[in-house]
Design a protein around this ligand. Structure first.
Ligand code: PEP
Ligand code: MG
Length: 556
């Protein structure tokens, strides 16, 4: 019988597939003593298990690329670590422990020592525990940790995903993601969007989903249908094929609206390029820094940036400088004791105390840009004043980065747009934060979802104000917040004066289809109508009503 579970929609797209659940944590082995005769055999079994884990991870890393390959290669090397092997063996010989208990204790001791050393070595503690679990699983027959590899495409069901798990997700085989925990802006949600994998998080009843059952995941509606009827499954596959984007983005009367992608890492850039994105409107560089206690070196940054730029030779890539703070704390620039981090020293504000970090990042961006063919633009997050814009543009110019712009995500910047664009070469509306600060509604709180929408007329007014101020200086303004991926809102944003929309690659086809059927005059009219409404719900309903035949035709 068909039944539907609901959760928070975080990455659009409708897919059907077979459920594969994340394995539960590897259980701690009991402290069992071995008979003296079994010691040699135990040492041998330990060595064989460690080798098997190392070989499997190396082989897996060889099939992946970018961050995923790096993460697995580090874990593979750790499996062959001589200290871990020697410590485990000593515990088998001296304490007559089983090999699984010996490696458990040895790795635990090693991880604790690393943690005491502080960053960057303490970051390795997680890898040690990961490799410990893999060796124990190999010895005991338990399911190994990490994203399963069943050998066929599947819908991944988990409580939540750790950053290391998300780094190894292969969008070719993971059709969709369903989690029982997590919020709309969780790490899982952002990565799913950047890889274009439909995802629903905080799904009530997700724990009951079992391996092998078929589900239909609707990442736009936030639903997971168990036992879907075969027509719905066929329609989902058909729609996936139909929604492909064949750029460039244009209105019905031929006005070019650049349709760009938001990316976080080289894998995401590859997915975006394959989806036909005209360029990258937001490269969130902080995702190359996530989980790092120390600032990555310039060389490491250059290498990560180059891999993203390489996917877009000849096309524009807007690189955003480090957006640390609030939901993305980074110990080397942000404090962990701010009473209100969303209003704290975050984004460009961290450059006041850490001008050197910004300077090294700009150096790395300039070096990567010089080595690749992409057209590189740079922008700063969380700009609030024209002085900040001026100083950032000057800092970029020192590195020869001429196309320097700002994100408009603080209401003050929108209201003083005319002054900001006296300095900035372009603007990009970060509607996720612009909504949060305009409506005074924490973007992480599901309870405030009704307030947290770009359909709020107050937010639309600020979008218009930004575009009008920028037009005084002939500067282009795009949108790179999640609002750009709403196909019904896209023509409204264009009508307000926005000239590019940057979104998760999967949304490109839908947004392009709506724009292609709407003239620029109609966009202006929809914008006027939306701003004239008393509240967000009415604005959305009235605009969707106007577009209804088209939205029905496109099943949006
Ligand atoms: C935004 O605020 O809309 C934005 C694009 O930036 P982030 O979501 O990374 O804060
Ligand atoms: Mg933001």
């Amino acid at each position: 019988m068909t039944s539907t579970l609901t959760g928070a929609p975080v990455s659009p797209g409708r897919v059907a597939g077979v459920v594969v659940t994340m394995p539960p944590p590897v259980p701690e082995p009991p402290t069992t003593r071995l008979p003296a005769d079994d010691v040699e055999d135990a040492v041998e079994r330990l060595g064989a298990a460690a080798r098997a884990v190392q070989e499997r991870l190396t082989e897996q890393a060889g099939r992946l690329s970018g961050t995923a390959a790096d993460v697995l290669a580090v874990t593979a090397a750790m499996a062959a670590d001589p200290t871990l092997a020697a410590e485990s063996e000593r515990r088998i010989r001296d304490d007559a422990l089983t090999p699984e208990r010996a490696v458990w204790d040895a790795a635990g001791g090693l991880a604790t020592q690393l943690e005491k050393l502080g960053p960057p070595l303490s970051e390795r503690a997680r890898d040690v525990r990961d490799v410990r679990d893999r060796i124990v699983a190999e010895l005991t027959g338990a399911r190994p940790p990490g994203v399963p590899e069943p050998g066929h495409p599947f819908v991944l069901v988990a409580e939540d995903l750790a950053p290391a798990d998300t780094a190894t997700l292969d969008p070719e085989t993971v059709l969709g993601i369903v989690t029982s925990e997590g919020g709309p802006t969780s790490h899982t949600a952002i990565l799913a969007r950047s890889l274009g994998i439909p995802a629903v998080v905080a799904v009530t009843g997700a724990d009951a989903l079992t391996d092998g059952e078929t589900v239909l995941v609707d990442g736009g509606a936030g639903s997971v249908v168990r036992n879907p009827d075969p027509e719905a499954v066929a329609a989902a596959s058909h729609r996936e094929a139909a929604r492909r984007f064949h750029g460039p983005g244009r209105t019905a009367d031929g006005v070019h609206v650049q349709l760009l992608a938001n990316v976080a890492d080289p894998d995401g850039a590859r997915v975006a390029a394959e989806a036909g994105a005209e360029g990258v409107g937001l490269f969130r560089t902080e995702f190359c820094f996530l989980g790092r206690a120390a600032e990555p070196s310039v060389a490491e940054q250059v290498s990560a940036y180059r891999r993203v730029l390489a996917a877009f030779a000849g096309r524009r890539v807007v690189v955003r400088t480090l957006d640390a703070g609030a939901d993305k704390p980074m110990g080397f620039v942000t404090a962990d004791d701010e009473p209100n981090p969303a209003l704290g020293v975050r984004g460009l504000r961290t450059a006041v105390g850490h001008a050197d970090v910004l300077d090294r990042q700009l150096e790395a961006i300039a070096e990567a840009a010089a080595a690749e063919e992409a057209e590189v633009w740079v922008m700063a997050p969380m700009v609030a004043t024209s002085e900040e814009a001026r100083d950032f543009v000057a800092a970029c110019a020192k590195h020869g980065l001429e196309q320097a712009g700002v994100m408009v995500e603080v209401p003050a910047a929108a209201l003083r747009s005319r002054w900001i664009f006296g300095h900035a070469a372009f603007g990009s509306l970060g509607t996720n934060d612009l909504i949060q600060y305009t409506m005074a509604a924490d973007r992480m709180l599901g309870e405030l979802a009704a307030l947290s929408t770009a359909w709020q007329p107050a937010v639309l007014d600020l979008v218009r104000a930004t575009c009008e101020g920028a037009a005084v200086h002939g500067r282009p303004v795009g949108v790179c917040g999640e609002a750009a991926a709403d196909p019904a809102l896209a023509p409204v944003l264009v009508g307000l004066g926005v000239t590019s929309l940057s979104m998760t690659p999967r949304a490109l086809g839908d947004v392009a289809a709506v724009l292609a059927a709407t003239t620029s005059g109609e966009c202006a009219e929809l914008a006027r109508i939306a701003c004239a409404q008393p509240d967000a719900e009415t604005a959305r309903a009235v605009v969707r009503g106007r577009l209804q035949p088209l939205l029905d035709e496109l099943a949006l």
